[in-house]
Design a protein around this ligand. Structure first.
Ligand code: THU
Length: 137
């Protein structure tokens, strides 16, 4: 059985933010000039991260969360339990709407997000989410 995620207060958010900032330093954002980094804890103890990677065809840019969920899956899967996102100054940033959906797939409503308004469950950031459960009869 998968253990319940640690409570928000038991998590070293500063350390997780440092991983996100390091990821942000690798962003490829020449078009927006807006680097983003993300990091998350996985229920087996791993940490995964990502940065945004833009494209000359602007609409094809990849948000940092795309890299994060790709690394999650590539390195063994599992469930995201705690997540943070930072902008180019290292300040905490809210994930965009599309990326909340990506996070929902791999973390569900209980995933804890560090936001400028404090630590919140994804259910508060993406209410009434559409998810895998809607596809099962
Ligand atoms: N961006 C992310 O990487 N994640 C988010 O959650 C917010 C937005 C990126 C996309 C684009 O490369 C840049 O920030 C400006 O929108």
């Amino acid at each position: 059985m998968t253990p319940a995620p640690a409570a928000a207060a038991d998590i070293d958010w500063e350390a997780l933010r440092a991983v996100a900032r390091e990821a942000m330093s690798h962003a490829y954002a020449p078009y927006s000039g807006y680097p983003v980094g993300v990091a998350a804890l996985v229920d087996d103890g791993r940490t995964v991260s990502g940065c945004n990677v833009e494209n000359a065809s602007y609409g094809l840019g990849l948000c940092a969360e795309c890299g994060l969920v790709s690394e999650l899956q590539r390195t063994g899967g599992g469930r995201l339990t705690h997540f943070t996102c930072v902008d180019g100054t290292g300040a905490v940033l809210v994930p965009c709407g599309r990326c909340r959906q990506l996070l929902y797939e791999f973390g569900g409503p209980g995933l804890l997000l560090e936001t400028p308004a404090g630590v919140l469950p994804l259910s508060a950031m993406l209410p009434q989410a559409f998810g895998p459960e809607h596809l099962t009869p």
